[in-house]
Each structure stands twice: as structure tokens, then as C-alpha cells.
Design a protein around this ligand. Structure first.
Ligand SMILES: [Ca+2]
Ligand SMILES: [Ca+2]
Ligand SMILES: [Ca+2]
Ligand SMILES: [Ca+2]
Length: 316
């Protein structure tokens, strides 16, 4: 490991202090010692400055990977938790961006997310579709009816999820206790990535309704929300009933595994679309991944974490 930044700072301070020492007039003894020399008399101080400066410079170069989490400047010289990951996003695999600087503000507004980080989920690429008959087959019409995109980021404290939903009619019925029957987004997390058939304490199905209300079910049974989980939604432009959401789930709710780059978690996401004004009646469901497609008796993420795709904690 390269030398800690505090040490580098001390070297630099020493170098500056030494460089700033006043030059003492040469003593008679020193003058005598150098008398008759034909070469340049190099003072000891200049040599020391050169050595110290070289060490400080080399130290600074060798610490390019020293970062504190979330900080752009080296602070304590520890390993960089946002070191680049060799994993790349692909079908069923999403690389979560490492938070650099401040974590996203959970206010439902996604101006603190990079547009490039979002993965599209629409009728054309959804692995799991319900309500197929009510799609028209015309991409523009179907995407305006129900589509979206999502992104995931992380820091040492939490996993952050952002979703953009495009919708044409708000189907929201606050008295409905089954949130997935209204306009909602379902986020599925398998903290230890164990892909168990049943949900364990590190596994979550979080259902966020378009009014910002959130419900958790585990093995299809409502349970208390994970402690510290925060969600916010906002109305988005782009459609009459389009909306965005932001979610932060503390890693404390995602099992005991250490939080570090390269960690894999099970992850999935569904968009529920209810276009009924009077009663809850889900019209469409779009799911990112469903590895249990065709299985029985319940081939869906809400039955088994084995159906999930995965998210990998990535680097900067
Ligand atoms: Ca935000
Ligand atoms: Ca719709
Ligand atoms: Ca699990
Ligand atoms: Ca709707």
C-alpha cells in the first residue's frame, strides 16, 4: 500500500520548511574548507530539499488509488472502495455505479443521477410481461402507455435505486391494500445473492406506489418495511401520468456480507400499470428479469429470489 496522505503532507511541510530556512552566511571554517575548490559548492540544505521533494513527489504519484469513499481527494490513504470492477452490464446483470461525492438526495427528483446510468425497461425488452393483450404492438403507443428505465448506485451505507416511469393515465386508489394493483414500481433485492426459493431476512420485495407510499411483502405476505429505507417520488415530464422515484435501502437490511466493489446482489424490478380511474385493475406488468419463466407453480420474482437478475457493485 502506498504511503498515507497524512505522511505525504508531513513530507511536503518539511520540504517547504527546509526550503524556507534563511541562508546563514558561510562560516570562516566553511569558507576555508572550500577555499581553492574549482567546483560549485552545493550547500547541504539544497541537497536535503532535493531528496525530500523527490520523496514527496514519488509518494504523490504512487497514491493515485488512495481515496476515501465518496471523496475525490485522498484523505486517509486506504484502498479505493470504488476501484474499477471487471464486471460489465449485460442481460440480467446491472453494474451499480459507486457514489462519488454526496449520495443522491432522496427527493424523487433525478437531477442527481447521470442519464447514461439508466437501463430501459419497455414492452420490447421486458423478460416478464403481463397484460400483453392490452398492448397495441405499436412501440410509440405502448411505451407511452407503460415503460420506464432505472439505475442503481451504492456507497458504504446504502443501495440507491432510481426509476423513471412513463405512463398515460394515473391509476391510483389509496384504499387498495395490494399496491401492485395500482401504478407502482416493485424493487426486488436479494442481499446475499443466494437465490433461495423463499424470501429470507435479507430479501425484499418493495412496492412503491405513485403517491410515494411503500409496502413490503415477503413470500407475498406484507411485513414491516426495512428499517431506515427511504423513498420519495415526483411527477415527471414526458407523459400525463409519468413519475419518478428514488429509493435508498441501507446495507444493514441486506444481510451480513461486507460492502465492497464486486459484491453481487440479486435484483429485479417490475413496473405495474393501472389505467383504471375507478377501481384498482392492473393493466400491464413489465419485469426486467424472470429467470423462472415457465417454471411452476409460481414463476415470478415475488415468489422466489431465484427469479431475480443481479446487480454488481461497480467502481468509479
Ligand atoms: Ca434526487
Ligand atoms: Ca398506462
Ligand atoms: Ca437472500
Ligand atoms: Ca397508469
Amino acid at each position: 500500500m502506498s504511503s498515507p496522505p497524512r505522511n505525504r503532507a508531513r513530507w511536503l511541510i518539511v520540504a517547504v520548511m527546509v526550503a524556507g530556512l534563511p541562508r546563514a552566511p558561510p562560516s570562516a571554517q566553511r569558507r576555508q574548507r572550500h577555499a581553492g575548490s574549482t567546483g560549485e559548492c552545493r550547500p547541504w540544505r539544497a541537497a536535503l530539499v532535493a531528496v525530500v521533494s523527490a520523496i514527496a513527489f514519488a509518494s504523490a504519484l504512487s497514491c493515485a488509488g488512495c481515496y476515501d469513499f465518496g471523496a475525490l481527494a485522498p484523505v486517509d490513504g486506504g484502498d479505493d472502495p470504488c476501484a474499477a470492477s471487471s464486471v460489465t452490464s449485460g442481460p440480467g446483470i446491472l453494474v451499480a455505479g459507486c457514489v462519488i461525492g454526496a449520495p443522491p438526495l432522496i427527493d424523487g427528483k433525478l437531477d442527481d443521477w447521470s442519464a447514461a446510468a439508466f437501463t430501459v425497461l419497455d414492452r420490447a425488452n421486458a423478460a416478464f410481461v403481463d397484460g400483453t393483450a392490452s398492448f397495441t404492438g405499436t412501440t410509440a403507443i405502448d411505451d407511452a402507455d407503460s415503460s420506464g428505465s432505472f439505475a442503481v448506485r451504492w456507497d458504504l451505507n446504502a443501495l440507491y435505486v432510481a426509476v423513471k416511469v412513463t405512463d398515460d393515465v394515473r391509476g391510483l386508489h389509496p384504499t387498495e391494500t395490494h399496491y401492485w394493483l395500482d401504478d407502482a414500481v416493485e424493487v426486488f433485492l436479494d442481499g446475499d445473492g443466494a437465490r433461495t426459493a423463499g424470501y429470507n431476512s435479507d430479501d425484499h420485495q418493495l412496492i412503491v406506489r405513485a403517491d410515494g407510499q411503500m409496502q413490503e411483502t415477503r413470500n407475498e405476505i406484507p411485513v414491516p418495511l426495512p428499517p431506515g429505507t427511504v423513498v420519495a417520488v415526483a411527477v415527471a415530464s414526458g407523459g400525463a401520468a409519468s413519475w419518478t422515484l428514488e429509493l435508498a435501502v441501507p446495507f444493514a437490511d441486506l444481510g451480513d456480507a461486507a460492502v465492497h466493489g464486486g459484491r453481487e446482489l440479486g435484483f429485479d424490478l417490475l413496473i405495474d400499470d393501472d389505467d383504471s380511474l375507478n377501481t384498482s385493475d392492473r393493466k400491464h406488468l413489465l419485469g426486467w428479469v424472470n429467470l423462472l419463466a415457465g417454471a411452476s407453480p409460481c414463476p415470478a420474482p415475488y415468489c422466489s429470489t431465484a427469479a431475480f437478475g443481479r446487480v454488481v457493485l461497480g467502481g468509479r
